[in-house]
Design a protein around this ligand. Sequence first.
Ligand code: CUA
Length: 229
Amino acid sequence: MSTWANLGLQDSASPLMEQLIFFHDHALLILVMITVLVGYLMFMLFFNKYINRFLLHGQLIEMIWTILPAIILLFIAMPSLRLLYLLDEINEPSITLKSIGHQWYWSYEYSDFNNIEFDSYMIPTNELSTDGFRLLDVDNRIVLPMNSQIRILVTAADVIHSWTIPALGVKVDGTPGRLNQTNFFINRPGLFYGQCSEICGTNHSFMPIVIESVPVNYFIKWISNKVNS
Ligand code: CUA
């Protein structure tokens, strides 16, 4: 999760988020190089006399500064497209989780296991335990097995919400009347926090998401307890 003074991206917990971070750094590097070059040229303009007896045209430099930016843009567009298609790939998921956005909480369904369903509300500040995270912790967490491909189906019951977990690189809109799909793979155990990221009403900021990533055998224990209760 994000902690104090963390201005960049969160540490990744999935291969897709890792790729997203790599792409971000790559694009940022190109951006810095362009900024430095343009900054240098603009600074050098201060020392220009604006007088040149022989300057009438410059075919060569104009060819260079038209074609070069196009080539530079290709270096961003190609990896960007690769990532776009990578994010849409569905790799035979072993579990499906359905999350439904409501004003203002999420509810979840494990359709593979006797259709277990529960609501997940934010814990209000005055009921928070000392080790809880304000505006981020929920009463019922999603439990998911790590090292397995997981499909999520996102929809909403009233207005548009967005199921967003930065560490997993997941951000899917929940739209009434539609069922959106994405998938991810959690590669380490831990708690992963997220929030709704579609302005959905007054309490938009108060419908967080918590995923508890556990080893597969722990998940089986948890889910069989749920099924039997
Ligand atoms: Cu739900 Cu914002």
